[in-house]
Every structure is written in structure tokens, then in C-alpha cells.
Design a protein around this ligand. Structure first.
Ligand code: 5RP
Length: 231
């Protein structure tokens, strides 16, 4: 078992390594969470130190504010519908580069941004890497629809739990004004098949299974391993 500081060093290594992918003239999707935060901060440094000129598209309130504080110029998908690159963290990633995201409840925008990019890179420390995905799947849901969605998720074999806020009474409200259910499906044998059953449920805004990752920057030991999608 790794301690928290090892994890945070590993997050930093992976996050900063991916910042080197950004070149002048690019439009880049900026993910959410503590690993990609290192990417965003490093990109701010590179913009100052190397005259790197690029635009960022943030995936959340957190990413937007960190990018602004880091001195990164921002744009929107309306202005730049096709991104050169998107970089983001993950809650779990398997050997086929299927990913579970949404630990920070930002997976809907993260999916829109990553699907708008020509290349999608995940940054993670080794603790996230598994043979088979097994974390509860975050599902963003319209508040109006939670009872219907709950029943449909149960009929797929899942155990949904409405995510509660930590320092507010009541549920987490996403940046889009919706709720989040964390749905335990046990070990997920076929992530793509499960994803295709969750998506059409009326009231589901987006789920946290991602099948569009091109490359993983995985901090392992003293280095960062780069794993490309082979499927
Ligand atoms: C937010 C996410 C994050 O990318 C994911 O939770 C990983 O976060 P961290 O890098 O802090 O471990 O999907 O919705």
C-alpha cells in the first residue's frame, strides 16, 4: 500500500509529463481532478517560461479557475469545436484503456471535451491501474428522473447510491445542476456493453465509462510509462 505523499508525487509526475505534449497553436481540453491539476499548473509555467501559446477548454469550474490562476488563456467548444488534445485524470483504468471517471462529478463535460479532441490522454498513478474495472460507475442524472433511473439501473444489476455532498447538507449538485448516482456493478466484464445499456435510460445525462482513451501516462516507480490503446 502506498502512502498519500507517494501517490501525490506519482500524480505530479504523470500530470507534468503530459504537459510536454502541448505545442504552440494547439487548443487543449483541460481535465478535472488532482492529477491533471499538475498538468494545468505545468502548462501555466511553460506558457510563461517558453513562450508557449495555446488555448485551453476547461471541463469544470475547478479546471477553469485553476487555469485562470495559472495564466492560461481559455476558449470554448463553441469557438473551437475541434480540439488538438485533451488531458484528464481517471478513477480507474484497465489494460484495454477503458476508464471510469466522475469521482469529481465532472464526467459529463469531461466526456464532451474528450470526444471533441483528436487525441485523448489519461494521466494517472499506478493505484488507478487494474485488470478489470470495478469501481462504482458515476451517473449524472436529472433530479426529476432519479426514481426511474434508479429502477432501471437496478434492473441492469447495479446498486445505485445518490452521492452526498461533504460540506453541504444533501446531494452533490454538478456544474450542470444535476445529481450523481454512484452505481456498483461489481467487476465489469464488458465496459462497452454496460455503457450502451446505461446511456439510453431516460433522465441519464451521462455516465462515467469512457472508451475513447488514446494513451495513458501512468506513473510507475520513478518513471512515467506511456501505454497506447491497442484495441
Ligand atoms: C473528475 C474525474 C477525475 O479525473 C478523477 O476523479 C481523477 O481524479 P484525481 O486525479 O484527483 O484522482 O473524473 O470527475
Amino acid at each position: 500500500m502506498k502512502d498519500a505523499s507517494t501517490n501525490s508525487n506519482a500524480k505530479r509526475m504523470a500530470g507534468e509529463a503530459a504537459a510536454e505534449l502541448v505545442k504552440s497553436g494547439m487548443v487543449v481540453g483541460l481535465g478535472t481532478g488532482s492529477t491533471v491539476a499538475w498538468t494545468i499548473k505545468r502548462l501555466g509555467e511553460r506558457a510563461r517560461e517558453e513562450d508557449l501559446v495555446f488555448l485551453g477548454v476547461p471541463t469544470s469550474f475547478q479546471a477553469e479557475h485553476l487555469a485562470i490562476a495559472s495564466g492560461i488563456k481559455l476558449t470554448s467548444l463553441n469557438q473551437h469545436p475541434i480540439l488538438d488534445l485533451a488531458i484528464d485524470g481517471a478513477d480507474q483504468v484497465d489494460a484495454d484503456l477503458f476508464v471510469i471517471k466522475g469521482g469529481g462529478a465532472a464526467h459529463t463535460r469531461e466526456k464532451v471535451v474528450s470526444c471533441s479532441a483528436k487525441r485523448f490522454v489519461i494521466v494517472a498513478d499506478e493505484s488507478k491501474f487494474v485488470q478489470r474495472l470495478s469501481r462504482p460507475v458515476p451517473v449524472e442524472v436529472l433530479a426529476f428522473a432519479i426514481r426511474l433511473v434508479e429502477r432501471r439501473l437496478q434492473s441492469l444489476g447495479g446498486s445505485p447510491v445518490l452521492r452526498q455532498a461533504m460540506r453541504k447538507d444533501g446531494p452533490v449538485i454538478t456544474d450542470n445542476g444535476n445529481l450523481v448516482m454512484d452505481v456498483d456493478f461489481g467487476t465489469i466484464q464488458d465496459p462497452r456493453a454496460l455503457a450502451s445499456k446505461i446511456s439510453p435510460i431516460p433522465g441519464v445525462v451521462e455516465h462515467g465509462i469512457f472508451d475513447n482513451v488514446d494513451e495513458l501516462y501512468l506513473a510507475r516507480g520513478d518513471g512515467v510509462e506511456k501505454i497506447r490503446r491497442s484495441r
